[in-house]
Design a protein around this ligand. Structure first.
Ligand code: PXG
Length: 299
């Protein structure tokens, strides 16, 4: 049986705390400056899906911001698994955060002596309702552009998500489900926390890494599934007009899994519901996430 959300145990620097006592200092630069890195991970049926890949990405993000994680990758994997065990979880959403640690009120990270590691695991939450999975979501194109690769690039999964949050606020303000974020050149980049794929004439298209999008772990799984199913996957710059005239389009991410797009800026996409190729890929994805070979078992 899973624990209820109220008696969750949270891992902080090697110790477990009840949810209400799980606290980080206000002098932590993760709080003061968004200085840190994170991962969002999911466990399905007792297996942490692509855990190794998420840990690799976390350490790459940390390396890019010159943050030394005080655990080896193996120790980190064990800490994630132990947090799930302590909470009796088999299907879970896991948030792994490494902050710069406690410093002074200046932003210089050299003043922070020790990074903090936080692992939160909660019973699986669905970010979108299942009806949306069939009908698709509505999107707007946000006026806020993705931080370019030579700025606070989202290739690095840092704690600074204001760029995405501003886009999400725009979507919320007009009652849209999600925001599409363009790169500095006006090409499609990604959504606030999901990558995007377009289907046209039986081929899949997705923006290149140079757009500033996060190299998504779900997206890389989708690419493999698509190829296995016989669809060509092309990475290239995509315009909003191409999205408007796509046969199908969908978002991918750990939280969203695969989410069809019904409309963008009130333009219907394809049939305005989940398309046949998206449906096939979704069906295969749901098999793969439960395959023990695709992750690390908890128990
Ligand atoms: N782009 C961005 C900017 C992300 O933050 C993705 C793409 C998809 O990547 P993965 O590796 O998950 O396929 C992300 C991931 C949330 C949430 O709570 C966000 C993500 C993951 C899990 C939960 O909104 N972002």
């Amino acid at each position: 049986m899973s624990t209820s959300k109220d008696d969750l145990l949270v891992y902080i620097d090697g110790k477990y705390y009840p949810k209400d006592e799980a606290k980080i200092s206000v002098f932590d630069h993760g709080f003061l400056y968004g200085d840190g890195v994170f991962e969002g991970i999911r466990a399905y049926n007792g297996v942490v899906f692509k855990l190794k890949e998420h840990i690799d990405r976390l350490y790459n993000s940390a390396h890019a911001i010159m943050l030394d994680i005080p655990l080896t990758k193996d120790e980190m994997i064990e800490a994630v698994l132990e947090t799930l065990r302590k909470n009796n979880l088999r299907d879970a959403y896991i948030r792994l955060v490494v902050t710069r640690g406690i410093g002074d009120l200046g932003l210089d990270p050299r003043k922070c002596s020790k990074p903090s590691v936080v692992i939160i695991a909660v019973p699986m939450l669905s970010l979108y309702d299942e009806e949306k999975r069939k009908k698709g979501i509505s999107m707007i194109v946000s006026w806020i552009r993705r931080d370019p690769v030579d700025a606070t690039s989202h290739e690095i999964k840092s704690l600074n998500y204001l760029n995405s949050i501003l886009a999400k606020i725009e979507a919320n303000n007009v009652g849209a489900d999600e925001a599409l974020i363009l790169d500095i050149n006006g090409y499609i980049c990604e959504a606030t926390g999901e990558n995007i794929f377009i289907v046209k004439d039986g081929k899949l298209y997705t923006p290149p890494r140079s757009s500033g999008a996060l190299p998504g772990i779900t997206a890389s799984v989708i690419k493999k599934i698509a190829v296995k199913l016989g669809y060509k996957v092309i990475e290239r710059n995509l315009t909003v007009a191409e999205l408007y005239s796509a046969d199908e389009a969908f978002l991918t991410g750990t939280g969203a899994e695969i989410m069809p797009i019904r409309e963008v800026n009130k333009r219907r996409i394809g049939e305005g519901r989940i398309g046949p190729i998206t449906e096939k890929i979704l069906e295969e994805f749901m098999k793969i996430v439960r395959d023990p070979k695709e992750g690390i078992p908890i128990y």
